[in-house]
Design a protein around this ligand. Sequence first.
Ligand SMILES: Cc1cc2nc3c(=O)[nH]c(=O)nc-3n(C[C@H](O)[C@H](O)[C@H](O)COP(=O)(O)OP(=O)(O)OC[C@H]3O[C@@H](n4cnc5c(N)ncnc54)[C@H](O)[C@@H]3O)c2cc1C
Length: 564
Amino acid sequence: MTSTTIKPVIMAVDDEAAVLSAIVRDLRRQYGGHYRVLSSASAATALTTLSELAKRRDPVAMVISDQRMPELEGVEMLERAIALVPDAKKVLLTAYADTQAAIDAINRVGLDHYFMKPWDPPDELLFPVVDDLLADWASVARLPWQGIRVAGSRWSSAAHRIRAFLAKQRVPFLWLDVDADAAVRAEVEEAAGGELRLPTVFFPDGRAVVRPDDRQLAAELGLRTEAQGPFYDVVVVGAGPAGMATAVYAAAEGLDCLVVEREAPGGLAATAPRIDNYLGFPTGISGRDLTSRAVAQAERLGAEIISGRRVTGVRVEEPYRVIQLDDASEVTCHTLVLASGAEFRVLDVPGARQLTGSGIYYGASHGDRKLLAGEEVAVIGGGNAAAEAALYLARSCSRVHLLVRGEKAVASRYLLDEIDLTAEVELRLGQRVEAALGEGRLSALELRDGSGEKHRLEVAAAFVYIGVRPACDYAGDTVSRDERGFVLTGPALALRGRRPDGWPLDRDPFLLEASTPGIFAIGDVRSGTYGRVATAAAEGGAVVSMILQHLRGWERHERLGAAG
Ligand SMILES: Cc1cc2nc3c(=O)[nH]c(=O)nc-3n(C[C@H](O)[C@H](O)[C@H](O)COP(=O)(O)OP(=O)(O)OC[C@H]3O[C@@H](n4cnc5c(N)ncnc54)[C@H](O)[C@@H]3O)c2cc1C
């Protein structure tokens, strides 16, 4: 990832349109690569913009103002600007007749320079002085934020997707709300040639990318998005705890291993604020922390992980298994591990689909919590994930309504005890959500309580934890599934003690093997698993021994074939 500084601002102010456009043109041509040149035809608007920049702690390197302006003279404008951006260089544009005012201003407002209009040729009369002033400014400026910035509307679902992706990748970013900040709005418009196209991601090297998808984001962040080779011993679909454990153990055994992840490594576990029951972490560990350790470990051992890429199909071309990716490219392997987990079940009530990402969320990130600080929110669901999310959100939201449909929450006792002790969380039993209300963003939920009465709950956001469904549509008919769609493996495949139909080998399917030999399923996607991080990771480790046995059998078969 590149990491230069964000662009500091040069602000030009002049009520005369021709002069303003000439100075802005010259400044952008010469300094546009490293500075953001903003312009204003009025002193009042310029001061408002400077005040917003100052509030956001955006660096302002220079303010250049014309002296003769109808509402406020340039010297006064600069005097007020100093209060807002004290470190910026102050420059006056004067006509010959105003020279005395400029000289007086040197002491009064600490004027750094004055230019006589016109400044032609700029190469001689403008740039050398501006170069010196900017170099001087840069030598002492403390630039506040050097990372990625995401500009968008707070309630936009596209912006939410980008924030969630960066949060999962553990990439720090600065959120810029265009609805709350005119200067940000101006910058976004400038980046898109005068149009407001949202969301826009600003990278530290000055590039602005409008509405990037996950693959583009992954590539921009310097993550790998393309497999290095066409063939692997093991391909793993999904980089949750199950997939990452497979990668660690497979790579440690010397197998060529590729992990394909449609979003960012971590899986559902990355959305868990605190995992309390993972062996060896007595005070709990966050899903994000566990993920970054796993990624570092897998890569150190030689596994390859590609992000922002979705597996869309699987087929068998004996003796190989072939996966298709979202751009129709293919990767071939000896063995395939389905570790694609489960997805949150969606809230199927009127309004919920339209408001997804705009107040209805699946999974709560650190960014969501920050953005919703002080707000009233709801968490829908009665299990552990819902209880954990409620406690997590209670750390910054003013009130969290934990809405449980039944008359009893099924979360673990220790979580319910913690909820009892948390004043901000209100556990509300017997509440069925019937609609999500709001235009462009969620404003309220429509609830029906146990007595059949309907009422409204006004909340800024609702986090949905009402169960999961398996994420394995891409596997088509290469695997058999249970009645809920989870992948059947090992003994669960046997019908009345017989091997599954069409099973070609003279051995039974291994414990974690699906109905096609050499295709395995582990973690939350597998029928009968116990949806826990530790179980997923344990199955990821265990599957490697079955992969090795399968490969040994295949090698023997090949040798016998060659000999015969
Ligand atoms: C909020 C929350 C809190 C939780 N807290 C705990 C806890 O405290 N303790 C605990 O033990 N468990 C907890 N769990 C459960 C735990 O997170 C899961 O059991 C575990 O993550 C399952 O791991 P997995 O690798 O099987 O699947 P996942 O973690 O779901 O990972 C699957 C990965 O596959 C990817 N994928 C899916 N489809 C494709 C495709 N077509 N192409 C490429 N990639 C794909 C997904 O993007 C995902 O990254 C919690 C879950 C949630 C949601």
